[in-house]
Design a binder for this molecule. Structure first.
Ligand code: ADP
Ligand code: MG
Length: 395
């Protein structure tokens, strides 16, 4: 990656102000239900600590709407981090700016870690308020951007603060941007992308950006219905976006123009109701009954998609192939995950629901990269420059 990283800085005795993404899901009892994001930040934190930095971590948690709200306190996350970081002292500051934060920073010894309270307790955070950004900057000597999951937002702690401090990438940021950036810029071929999910409108820009780059684009999920409808199939009760028909038509034309192979399902799993216990059967896309809806890709499509994936050298996947939350309609999605595991390829998964599916299938660690950022990875695949990446210094 063309950005400076934490390896380009002499850390001994310096205050590393690190923006991490500790926006973890919590249950009503205030317990962390999935600590993936906390663990994803450990390599950066450990490196900084081992190199003698005083490590100051800032993050948001949930949507406290610019006000202090104990429900969204990062204290439980700091406690959990202490359990994960055996041997490294972790403390917590009850505020993310001002005297409380400054005193806590002042008390840090080299190698110690401090977690600041939720940056979204201040309304200026999401407005990228420059005064707030300066107040953050006073706490550190060098800014480290490691919150890939929030890098698509220009907020005070992700972007604004970088104007006032030397700014470098952490290991998570480097990995996310490096692997996805290389896959897009110079993919090993064949390069296959699989796009799914509910709506075409969510993924237009991704499809548009990927079409000229890939050798094949496989489309499944609810959004495939809209493309299939454009091609003259009667999708019956399936989810079809009437206001995205023109867009789908245009994307099919773009594919033709670039000679890109855009593959749609040839068969689907048809059900009479959007329900886990609905009766279902496999049908060709042009043979749906009037009272049926397509809730997954069918076995013929699975076979074709799997063959494409297994022959590929680079595979990027965003969006499930069906309503994978219901086991009856999860086969297509899991079949994609399985083929990616078997492929001798660089395999990348992005998108909240696709990542959840891969984790459910128990194969997350068999992928080259599972992105920690749903929205951020989507914008990255759209070819956009992420503000939280742009502010980091070039090598
Ligand atoms: P991601 O979070 O991976 O980007 P999306 O949010 O775009 O994925 O889409 C995921 C949602 O799409 C899931 O909730 C899934 O149930 C839904 N979905 C997939 N296929 C269909 C379909 N055929 N009909 C209705 N909904 C679908
Ligand atoms: Mg989603």
């Amino acid at each position: 990656m063309a950005k400076k990283t934490i390896e380009d800085v002499q850390w001994q005795g310096k205050r590393a102000l690190v923006r991490v993404d500790f926006n973890v899901p919590m249950n009503d009892a205030g317990e962390i239900t999935d600590d993936t994001r906390v663990r994803a930040a450990i390599p950066t934190i450990t490196y900084l600590s081992q190199h003698g930095a005083r490590v100051i971590l800032m993050s948001h948690l949930g949507r406290p709407k610019g006000e202090r709200n104990e429900k969204y306190s990062l204290r439980p996350v700091a406690n959990h981090l202490q359990e994960l970081l055996k041997g490294i002292h972790v403390s917590f500051a009850d505020d993310c700016i001002g005297d409380t934060a400054k005193e806590a920073v002042g008390a840090l010894k080299d190698g110690e870690v401090l977690v600041l309270e939720n940056v979204r307790f201040y309304a200026g955070e999401e407005k990228n308020d420059q005064e707030l950004a300066k107040a953050f900057a006073e706490l550190g000597d060098v800014f480290v951007g490691d919150a890939f999951g929030t890098a698509h937002r220009a907020h005070a702690s992700t972007a604004g603060v970088a104007a006032y401090l030397p700014s470098v990438a952490g290991f998570l940021m480097e990995k996310e941007v490096g692997i996805m950036g290389e896959a897009l810029a110079s993919p090993k071929r064949p390069f296959v992308a699989i796009i799914g999910g509910a709506k075409v409108s969510d993924k237009i820009n991704v499809i548009e950006n990927l079409l000229p780059k890939v050798d094949a684009l496989l489309i499944g999920g609810g959004m495939a219905n809209t493309f299939l409808a454009v091609q003259g199939n009667d999708m019956a009760k399936s989810l079809v976006e009437s206001d995205a028909l023109e867009t789908a038509k245009r994307l099919l034309a773009v594919a033709k123009e670039h000679n890109s192979r855009l593959l749609l399902p040839t068969d689907v799993i048809a059900a009479k109701a959007f329900a886990a216990d609905a009766e279902y059967t496999a049908r060709k896309v042009n043979e749906l009954k009037a009272d049926e809806m397509a809730l997954d890709i069918g076995p013929d499509s699975i076979a074709v998609f799997q063959a494409e994936i297994k022959a590929a050298k680079t595979v990027i996947w965003n969006g499930p192939m069906g309503v994978f939350e219901m086991p009856a309609f999860a086969k297509g999605t899991f079949a994609i995950a399985e083929a990616m595991v078997e492929a001798d390829a660089t395999t990348i998964v992005g998108g909240g629901d696709s990542v959840a599916a891969v984790e459910q299938a128990g194969v997350a660690d068999k992928m080259t990269h599972v992105s920690t950022g749903g929205g951020a990875s989507l914008e990255f695949l759209e070819g956009k420059t992420l503000p939280g990446v742009a502010v980091l210094e070039d090598k």
